[in-house]
Write a protein that binds this ligand. Sequence first.
Ligand SMILES: Cc1cc2nc3c(=O)[nH]c(=O)nc-3n(C[C@H](O)[C@H](O)[C@H](O)COP(=O)(O)OP(=O)(O)OC[C@H]3O[C@@H](n4cnc5c(N)ncnc54)[C@H](O)[C@@H]3O)c2cc1C
Ligand code: SF4
Ligand code: SF4
Ligand code: SF4
Length: 394
Amino acid sequence: MKEICPHKKCTGCLACYNACSNNAITLRQDDCGFIYPEISLSQCVNCGKCFKVCPVNNIKDFYYPKKCFAATVKDEKDLCSCASGGVASELSRWIISNGGIVYGCSGTDIRRVRHIRIDRLSDIDLLKGSKYVQSAIADLYRHVRLDLKNDKLVLFIGTPCYIDALKSFLSYKDYPNLLTADIVCHGVPSQKMLNENIAYYTNDKDGIKVDFRKKEKFLSKRDAIYRISFGWFLKTIHTRKAIEKSYTKDPYMYGFLKCLTFRRSCYTCRYAQISRCADFTLCDFWGLGKDAGFTNGKGVSCVLVNTPKAMTTWKEVSKSLNYQEREVIEALRGNGQLQAPSRMHAKYEKFLMLYPNVGLKKAVYICTRRDRVKELINGLNKSMKNLLKLITRK
Ligand SMILES: Cc1cc2nc3c(=O)[nH]c(=O)nc-3n(C[C@H](O)[C@H](O)[C@H](O)COP(=O)(O)OP(=O)(O)OC[C@H]3O[C@@H](n4cnc5c(N)ncnc54)[C@H](O)[C@@H]3O)c2cc1C
Ligand code: SF4
Ligand code: SF4
Ligand code: SF4
């Protein structure tokens, strides 16, 4: 079997699949549910396009950010419905308002999370929120190319490996009508794992909605303050059942946040650095100084503006945002994912062996025993310290 790139480095970006004009590449799901391309030797004419287009075989220079901003959308309700500060949605709104097309990840059918093409303002809601799973891309790069050739303004939002794949598929030609925005990403589990987790909670085949983070309101001494919680938030649409689990109580989210369940390539991700492959980079502004004044806890986007094209667009888009310029170094210091790839969990290999045989819940449980013991001890220590503080105050 011919390999397009080393198996352990394959991100599943599907640049190769999109580039093959002989339909000689099929997609195979491995035991953990990750998709890999496979060349069908009977159909392959050895043209070499797939090898040439594969970003793993094709290393390009990235851009060091020109500017960095902390930003949120102005409308509070809108802000609460977005993953972070809502800049991805605002960029999408600007593009569509200017007659353009947006490609992004939709979790409306959470059992089949995938990239879609939208051209109506009312469809922006379909893309909102972070879906912590690998998004299916299918043959969408071909559609992007067609839109670009038809002189449409296009915004493509995705994980950096998908942005690099799209650019490579377009032969790194600088289309003036293409804008890209990469979402800082620390790794992706598979759709198979996600579907298995859903089945632990519901058989409702009709409508369900799953969120992986939630902006929760709590009351401080004076005001209502929000905080972002990571967890498993499932709603069945017809029966109106709501299931809420903190990340420690849900196997999918626990495995995700412990870096146990990712695709292998994520642990050596070459996009996990401050130099970026997209025009814009969007992430949470962890570590943002209090002097920036974004203190309501509803999430703040960090926007890295990486290219002159992005700078021109930012001047327009920022008019409808609350924003403040910050130092690139502040973003870098606060966000480990802008420094290095996620560290592989010590039990990763064991997880890969166990999961296909015993299922997600059991495999995560077995492989994270040490983490849970550690967390229990830390929790006890914290409670003891608080108790001591209380006693000494009296
Ligand atoms: C798998 C994953 C891991 C992440 N890890 C980190 C991290 O470690 N550190 C950090 O700072 N930020 C991380 N993020 C990014 C962060 O959670 C927000 O998605 C980002 O800041 C955009 O927020 P927003 O409010 O502008 O998005 P919104 O306005 O809510 O729009 C969400 C945008 O995200 C895109 N999107 C959602 N899910 C996916 C997906 N699975 N694949 C590709 N695109 C997707 C949609 O196309 C949409 O445009 C991660 C996101 C994902 C999906
Ligand atoms: S070598 Fe050419 S024909 Fe064969 S799989 Fe790759 S792109 Fe397709
Ligand atoms: S182009 Fe993408 S999917 Fe194809 S082999 Fe390379 S990394 Fe894997
Ligand atoms: S961690 Fe890197 S390789 Fe993995 S999905 Fe994210 S960008 Fe792609």
